[in-house]
Design a protein around this ligand. Structure first.
Ligand code: AMP
Ligand code: MG
Length: 329
């Protein structure tokens, strides 16, 4: 489908128009607090097929279904008490729950799995749009499959502008990393499928038991569908360095980019190929900027991108997860 995307602001008139397009089975790129999504009617196989096609996403990689209110959870999923507890604690917000699906959700949305991944986002424009559309919206990240996720309408237009028709601009994503995904199919054995801004410690606290990490994939087998090693990857080679220092960067190749989490060394001018995510190394702010900085460096003509490897728990775990995937070949 040859198309040129038009970007819409979130006026009531525009939201009503985009909701009508969604009801008609078309797809719309939407702002969320995690990353921009490519949304379509989650109850329509045809709409879901359009999402997979526009992204070039393999159909064995299931979509996340987004709802506007907790009471819609039962329309798409068979909830358990643990799911309700977590929904109450963290929704609206960046937590996705995997639960048995209902008949409303077509097999294509869940890649044929009997389970569905569901989330109630906090971005006000996205929630308004879901309400107006009157159906849950399936939405993976609005980028070509495998590339760095988009955190602004401009990122979406740049990558998918010729493959989709509608983009809703809701500003830069405030979190900047994809949601935490928790598998609650066996509610007594919750499994963290993807780390995100909602941390393992927060989940442990609300559930009053430690969530498990997925078993390590052996020889290329997938831990969870879609959680393949290479993902979120710039075209430029990414290399992670534990304990990266300014000295090392200065001694390294000058046509490479050196990306620190905080500003390395507080004084003096730094070489033009040295970058940082947040001046003070605040991990939340670093997460918010990670994907847009990776995109800029990817477009900057560098031979390779060398990144300080984040360490520690909490959101550092989510940053590390994305960077390890970006660096995987
Ligand atoms: P995203 O790429 O951000 O849209 O996240 C979607 C990811 O959620 C998929 O790649 C899977 O890892 C996970 N997921 C979605 N649906 C399911 C499901 N039914 N069961 C297990 N994992 C799922
Ligand atoms: Mg994605």
């Amino acid at each position: 489908m040859a198309a040129t995307a038009r970007t819409f602001t979130g006026t009531p008139k525009n939201l009503a128009f985009l909701a009508r397009r969604l009801k008609a089975g078309e797809i719309v790129a939407v702002p969320t607090e995690t990353v921009y999504g490519l949304a379509g009617d989650a109850t329509s196989s045809a709409a879901c097929r359009r999402i997979f096609a526009a992204k070039g996403r393999p159909t064995d990689d299931p979509l996340i279904v987004h709802i506007a209110s907790i009471k819609d959870l039962d329309r798409v999923a068979v909830a358990n008490p643990e799911a309700r507890k977590l929904a109450k604690a963290f929704w609206p917000g960046p937590l996705t729950l995997v639960l048995p699906k209902t008949g409303l959700v077509p097999d294509l949305a869940t890649a044929g799995l009997p389970s569905v991944a569901v989330r109630m986002p906090s971005h006000p424009l996205f929630r308004k749009l879901i309400r107006l559309a009157g159906v849950p919206l399936a939405a993976p990240s609005a980028n070509p499959f495998g590339y760095v996720s988009p955190t602004s309408a401009a990122h979406v237009a740049r990558n998918l502008g010729k493959r989709i028709r509608y983009i809703l601009d809701g500003g830069s994503s405030s979190i900047g990393l994809e949601s935490t995904i928790l598998d609650l199919r066996s509610p007594r054995k919750p499994v963290l499928l993807r780390p995100g801004a909602i941390t393992k410690a927060e989940l442990d606290r609300v559930l009053d038991r430690p969530v498990a990490r997925p078993r390590k994939a052996s020889s290329g087998a997938r831990v969870a569908p879609g959680q393949m090693a290479r993902h979120y990857s710039p075209r430029t080679r990414v290399v992670l360095h534990p304990g990266l220092t300014l000295e090392k960067a200065v001694r390294g190749p000058q046509n490479a980019a050196w990306l620190f989490i905080g500003r390395p060394g507080t004084l003096g001018r730094l070489p033009a190929n040295v970058f940082w995510l947040d001046p003070l190394g605040d991990l939340k702010l670093a997460a918010r900027r990670l994907f847009s900085v990776l995109r800029e460096l990817d477009d900057g003509g560098f031979s390779s991108i060398h990144v300080e490897r984040p360490s520690g728990g909490g959101i550092a775990e989510a940053l590390l997860d994305r960077l390890v995937r970006a660096a995987s070949r």
